[in-house]
Design a protein around this ligand. Structure first.
Ligand code: 13P
Ligand code: SF4
Length: 312
């Protein structure tokens, strides 16, 4: 196995030689975030993918994120270091099943989280991420009926925040965020009484009800900057701790453990499939490459562009 520092140098050289950009999500491994040109949450990454002038986008994240980059930049080569990096939430919404589901609600607009396949996005009116879901739903005219997919927890949170009862939810979830439990968080609160609880909206309702702040990964990172506290319990995927500790070295971060924890951390195993070795191989061989049927891509693009236009 090649030493990490050698791999890092080789990756940097390949990026220059091939005019490639590496986009990484906050949930990836620390060494992957360190080599990235841009680290962000789903929304920031899709905005970046839409306006980069690189010839190659290497997406250090999960498949739906790389697919979104390809939808927005079809003329570019989009590489995914490990195509097996899927997403349980995206997998919980099959496009054919979804088409049947939306067929039952012909007068509803479809709002889908970006954590979906390109096939689901092609059936969607406006995409959203956890950063802008509230804003996008609030922008829908009063009385407009909505289908929200695929995350039932985020959807339920949006229903509570907007008070809109005309939202039909698809019954999907993220296996990582659903594992956080109120019991474990309350135990931690006894140990760290001064710590605020910050939670991602994909967590279940009892966890969200107990949280001091609910937001996307980027919103959680920014919240700490403005709040200025010294101790936080973090209920989202453990990869975010790298950025939090880099940005706020004087703050104590306590990861909320999953229900069934023996190690105290809550990893998305798909995000952790992205390694430096796979990034290096992908850049050398310019594969695995994301490809999308052009008709589906065009239809999916409309829903993502609608989201980007509404997020400015
Ligand atoms: P963000 O929208 O916060 O990037 O979340 C993406 C994700 O996969 C959450 O599990
Ligand atoms: Fe998908 Fe959950 Fe992993 Fe995010 S944390 S990529 S929603 S499985």
């Amino acid at each position: 196995m090649v030493d990490n520092s050698i791999l890092v140098e080789r990756i940097k050289a390949l990026k220059r030689e091939k005019n490639a950009v590496i986009l990484a999500h906050y949930y990836t491994r620390p060494e992957v975030q360190q080599i990235a040109d841009f680290i962000g949450d789903s929304l920031a990454l899709s905005q970046k993918a839409a306006d980069t002038d690189a010839d190659i986008i290497l997406f250090a994240g999960v498949y739906f994120m790389a697919e979104t980059a390809k939808v927005l930049s079809p003329q570019k080569k989009v590489l995914i270091p490990d195509p097996a990096a899927g997403c349980s939430l995206a997998d919980s919404c099959d496009a054919a099943e979804f088409e049947k589901f939306i067929g039952k609600y012909p007068d509803h607009k479809v709002v889908s989280y970006v954590n979906t396949s390109v096939g689901v996005k092609a059936l969607t009116d406006v995409c959203c991420t956890s950063s802008n879901a509230l804003k996008i739903v609030e922008a829908m005219p009063a009385g407009q009926k909505i289908i929200f997919a695929p995350d039932r927890n985020l959807g339920d949170y949006i229903k509570r925040m907007t008070g809109r009862n005309d939202i039909v939810l698809w019954d999907g979830a993220c296996h990582v965020h659903e594992k956080f439990s109120l019991e474990k968080i309350l135990e931690l609160k006894k140990e760290y009484p001064g710590a605020k609880v910050l939670a991602h909206p994909e967590c279940k309702k009892p966890v969200l009800m107990a949280a001091d702040f609910v937001g996307s990964t980027a919103a959680i990172i920014n919240y700490i900057g403005t709040d200025g506290g010294k101790e936080y319990i973090i209920a989202t995927e453990s990869g975010i701790l790298y950025e939090l500790r880099e940005k706020y070295p004087a703050v104590n971060f306590i990861p909320a453990p999953p229900m069934d924890s023996t190690c105290g951390c809550n990893d998305c195993e798909y995000m952790k499939l992205v390694t430096l070795e796979k990034i290096y191989d992908a850049l050398v061989n310019e594969t695995p490459e994301v490809t999308i049927d052009e008709d589906i891509r065009r239809r999916a693009e409309v829903s993502i562009r609608n989201m980007l236009a509404m997020s400015k």
